[in-house]
Design a protein around this ligand. Structure first.
Ligand code: K2U
Ligand code: NI
Length: 189
Protein backbone atom coordinates (compact mmCIF):
# COMPACT_ATOMS: atom_id res chain seq x y z
CA UNK A 1 0.00 0.00 0.00
CA UNK A 2 1.09 3.59 -0.62
CA UNK A 3 2.18 5.78 2.29
CA UNK A 4 2.87 9.53 2.33
CA UNK A 5 6.58 8.77 1.72
CA UNK A 6 5.55 7.38 -1.70
CA UNK A 7 3.77 10.58 -2.78
CA UNK A 8 5.86 12.84 -5.06
CA UNK A 9 6.04 16.47 -3.92
CA UNK A 10 6.01 19.78 -5.78
CA UNK A 11 9.47 20.30 -7.28
CA UNK A 12 9.68 16.73 -8.55
CA UNK A 13 9.81 17.06 -12.36
CA UNK A 14 7.41 14.12 -12.80
CA UNK A 15 4.60 16.45 -11.62
CA UNK A 16 5.31 18.86 -14.48
CA UNK A 17 5.46 16.28 -17.30
CA UNK A 18 2.67 15.28 -19.67
CA UNK A 19 2.05 11.65 -18.76
CA UNK A 20 2.13 8.89 -21.36
CA UNK A 21 -0.99 7.17 -22.68
CA UNK A 22 -1.73 3.78 -21.10
CA UNK A 23 -1.69 0.78 -23.41
CA UNK A 24 -4.37 -1.92 -23.31
CA UNK A 25 -4.69 -4.72 -22.32
CA UNK A 26 -3.29 -3.46 -19.03
CA UNK A 27 0.02 -4.92 -17.91
CA UNK A 28 0.07 -6.58 -14.50
CA UNK A 29 2.05 -3.55 -13.31
CA UNK A 30 -0.72 -1.16 -14.43
CA UNK A 31 -3.42 -3.37 -12.88
CA UNK A 32 -1.51 -3.25 -9.58
CA UNK A 33 -1.07 0.54 -9.92
CA UNK A 34 -4.83 1.03 -10.42
CA UNK A 35 -5.58 -1.16 -7.40
CA UNK A 36 -3.00 0.50 -5.15
CA UNK A 37 -4.11 4.06 -6.00
CA UNK A 38 -7.76 3.29 -5.24
CA UNK A 39 -6.70 1.45 -2.07
CA UNK A 40 -4.88 4.61 -0.93
CA UNK A 41 -8.08 6.66 -1.30
CA UNK A 42 -10.22 4.06 0.50
CA UNK A 43 -7.81 3.82 3.43
CA UNK A 44 -7.33 7.59 3.57
CA UNK A 45 -11.09 8.08 3.86
CA UNK A 46 -11.35 5.65 6.81
CA UNK A 47 -10.69 7.83 9.85
CA UNK A 48 -9.04 5.07 11.92
CA UNK A 49 -6.90 3.64 9.12
CA UNK A 50 -5.98 7.12 7.89
CA UNK A 51 -4.60 7.94 11.34
CA UNK A 52 -2.97 4.51 11.75
CA UNK A 53 -0.95 4.93 8.55
CA UNK A 54 -0.40 8.70 8.87
CA UNK A 55 -2.06 9.49 5.53
CA UNK A 56 -3.56 12.72 4.20
CA UNK A 57 -7.16 12.10 3.16
CA UNK A 58 -7.69 12.21 -0.56
CA UNK A 59 -10.55 12.08 -3.02
CA UNK A 60 -8.23 11.58 -5.99
CA UNK A 61 -4.73 10.29 -6.72
CA UNK A 62 -2.98 10.49 -10.10
CA UNK A 63 -0.17 8.17 -11.25
CA UNK A 64 2.46 10.96 -11.44
CA UNK A 65 1.86 11.45 -7.70
CA UNK A 66 3.27 7.99 -7.13
CA UNK A 67 6.08 8.65 -9.60
CA UNK A 68 4.50 6.89 -12.57
CA UNK A 69 4.17 9.16 -15.61
CA UNK A 70 1.11 7.47 -17.10
CA UNK A 71 -2.43 8.73 -17.81
CA UNK A 72 -4.21 7.01 -14.95
CA UNK A 73 -5.93 8.40 -11.82
CA UNK A 74 -8.08 6.94 -9.08
CA UNK A 75 -11.10 9.03 -8.04
CA UNK A 76 -13.25 8.35 -4.99
CA UNK A 77 -15.66 11.18 -4.24
CA UNK A 78 -17.77 10.30 -1.19
CA UNK A 79 -21.36 11.42 -0.88
CA UNK A 80 -21.17 14.82 0.91
CA UNK A 81 -24.91 15.65 0.98
CA UNK A 82 -26.22 14.53 4.40
CA UNK A 83 -29.77 14.53 2.98
CA UNK A 84 -28.86 12.25 0.08
CA UNK A 85 -30.87 9.03 0.00
CA UNK A 86 -27.72 6.93 -0.40
CA UNK A 87 -24.20 6.82 1.01
CA UNK A 88 -22.91 5.49 -2.34
CA UNK A 89 -19.90 7.53 -3.55
CA UNK A 90 -20.77 10.40 -5.92
CA UNK A 91 -18.07 9.02 -8.25
CA UNK A 92 -15.70 6.07 -7.89
CA UNK A 93 -13.50 4.73 -10.69
CA UNK A 94 -9.96 4.54 -12.04
CA UNK A 95 -9.94 6.84 -15.07
CA UNK A 96 -7.44 5.86 -17.77
CA UNK A 97 -6.52 8.02 -20.79
CA UNK A 98 -9.22 10.52 -19.75
CA UNK A 99 -10.38 13.21 -22.18
CA UNK A 100 -12.77 16.05 -21.38
CA UNK A 101 -14.86 15.99 -24.56
CA UNK A 102 -17.06 18.95 -23.65
CA UNK A 103 -17.23 21.51 -20.87
CA UNK A 104 -19.53 24.24 -19.62
CA UNK A 105 -18.62 27.86 -20.27
CA UNK A 106 -19.71 28.46 -16.67
CA UNK A 107 -17.00 28.00 -14.07
CA UNK A 108 -17.24 26.18 -10.75
CA UNK A 109 -14.91 26.57 -7.78
CA UNK A 110 -14.71 25.18 -4.24
CA UNK A 111 -15.39 27.94 -1.71
CA UNK A 112 -12.62 26.39 0.46
CA UNK A 113 -10.12 26.49 -2.40
CA UNK A 114 -8.13 23.34 -3.16
CA UNK A 115 -5.28 21.37 -1.68
CA UNK A 116 -3.06 18.65 -3.13
CA UNK A 117 -1.35 15.60 -1.69
CA UNK A 118 1.74 16.69 -3.62
CA UNK A 119 1.74 20.27 -2.28
CA UNK A 120 2.55 20.41 1.41
CA UNK A 121 1.84 24.08 1.98
CA UNK A 122 -1.59 25.71 1.80
CA UNK A 123 -2.09 27.91 -1.27
CA UNK A 124 -5.18 30.03 -0.61
CA UNK A 125 -7.45 31.16 -3.41
CA UNK A 126 -10.25 30.10 -5.74
CA UNK A 127 -9.42 27.52 -8.42
CA UNK A 128 -11.86 28.23 -11.30
CA UNK A 129 -12.71 25.06 -13.22
CA UNK A 130 -15.59 24.03 -15.54
CA UNK A 131 -18.75 23.45 -13.48
CA UNK A 132 -19.92 20.71 -15.86
CA UNK A 133 -17.88 18.35 -18.02
CA UNK A 134 -18.43 15.37 -20.25
CA UNK A 135 -15.58 12.96 -19.52
CA UNK A 136 -14.52 10.03 -21.73
CA UNK A 137 -12.07 7.49 -20.32
CA UNK A 138 -11.18 3.80 -20.32
CA UNK A 139 -11.72 1.75 -17.18
CA UNK A 140 -9.42 -1.04 -16.03
CA UNK A 141 -11.34 -3.51 -18.22
CA UNK A 142 -10.61 -1.37 -21.29
CA UNK A 143 -14.25 -0.32 -21.67
CA UNK A 144 -14.78 3.23 -22.91
CA UNK A 145 -16.95 5.18 -20.48
CA UNK A 146 -18.57 8.53 -21.28
CA UNK A 147 -20.06 10.35 -18.33
CA UNK A 148 -21.40 13.82 -17.52
CA UNK A 149 -20.21 15.26 -14.21
CA UNK A 150 -21.26 18.42 -12.37
CA UNK A 151 -20.05 20.27 -9.31
CA UNK A 152 -17.72 18.53 -6.84
CA UNK A 153 -17.06 15.30 -8.81
CA UNK A 154 -16.35 17.44 -11.90
CA UNK A 155 -13.90 19.58 -9.90
CA UNK A 156 -12.07 16.51 -8.55
CA UNK A 157 -11.75 14.88 -11.99
CA UNK A 158 -10.39 18.12 -13.48
CA UNK A 159 -7.84 18.32 -10.62
CA UNK A 160 -6.69 14.75 -11.36
CA UNK A 161 -6.63 15.21 -15.16
CA UNK A 162 -4.51 18.34 -14.58
CA UNK A 163 -1.92 16.09 -12.88
CA UNK A 164 -1.69 14.03 -16.09
CA UNK A 165 -0.86 17.23 -18.00
CA UNK A 166 1.75 18.55 -15.54
CA UNK A 167 -0.61 21.18 -14.10
CA UNK A 168 -1.02 21.88 -10.37
CA UNK A 169 -4.10 23.50 -8.80
CA UNK A 170 -2.39 26.75 -7.84
CA UNK A 171 -1.55 27.38 -11.53
CA UNK A 172 -5.21 28.39 -11.88
CA UNK A 173 -5.31 30.85 -8.94
CA UNK A 174 -5.41 34.56 -9.86
CA UNK A 175 -2.07 35.80 -8.47
CA UNK A 176 -3.20 39.43 -7.96
CA UNK A 177 -6.71 38.63 -6.69
CA UNK A 178 -6.70 35.01 -5.42
CA UNK A 179 -10.26 35.23 -4.10
CA UNK A 180 -11.70 36.66 -7.28
CA UNK A 181 -13.51 34.18 -9.50
CA UNK A 182 -14.75 34.82 -13.05
CA UNK A 183 -18.27 36.32 -13.25
CA UNK A 184 -20.97 33.66 -12.90
CA UNK A 185 -18.73 31.11 -11.21
CA UNK A 186 -20.74 28.50 -9.28
CA UNK A 187 -19.28 28.43 -5.76
CA UNK A 188 -19.32 24.86 -4.39
CA UNK A 189 -19.39 24.20 -0.63
O1 K2U B 1 -4.75 15.02 -6.43
C1 K2U B 1 -4.64 15.20 -5.22
O2 K2U B 1 -3.68 15.79 -4.70
C2 K2U B 1 -5.76 14.79 -4.32
C3 K2U B 1 -6.52 15.97 -3.86
C4 K2U B 1 -7.66 16.11 -4.83
C5 K2U B 1 -8.46 17.36 -4.81
C6 K2U B 1 -9.45 17.52 -5.76
C7 K2U B 1 -10.23 18.65 -5.81
C8 K2U B 1 -10.05 19.65 -4.89
C9 K2U B 1 -9.08 19.50 -3.92
C10 K2U B 1 -8.26 18.36 -3.89
C11 K2U B 1 -6.83 15.65 -2.41
O3 K2U B 1 -8.02 15.01 -2.32
S1 K2U B 1 -6.60 17.00 -1.38
C12 K2U B 1 -7.31 16.61 0.10
C13 K2U B 1 -8.81 16.64 0.09
C14 K2U B 1 -9.46 15.66 0.78
C15 K2U B 1 -10.83 15.66 0.81
C16 K2U B 1 -11.55 16.67 0.17
C17 K2U B 1 -10.89 17.65 -0.53
C18 K2U B 1 -9.49 17.64 -0.56
NI1 NI C 1 -3.38 17.05 -6.49
Amino acid sequence: MYLMKDITRDGNPVLRKRAAKVQFPLSDKDKQLAHDMMEYLEISQDEKLCKKYGLRAGVGLAAPQVDVSEQMAAVLVPQIDPDADTDKPMFKDVIINPVIVSESVQYGALTEGEGCLSVDEDVPGYVPRHDRITLRYQNVDGETIKIRLKGYPAIVCQHEIDHLHGVLFYDHINKEHPFEAPHGTVMID
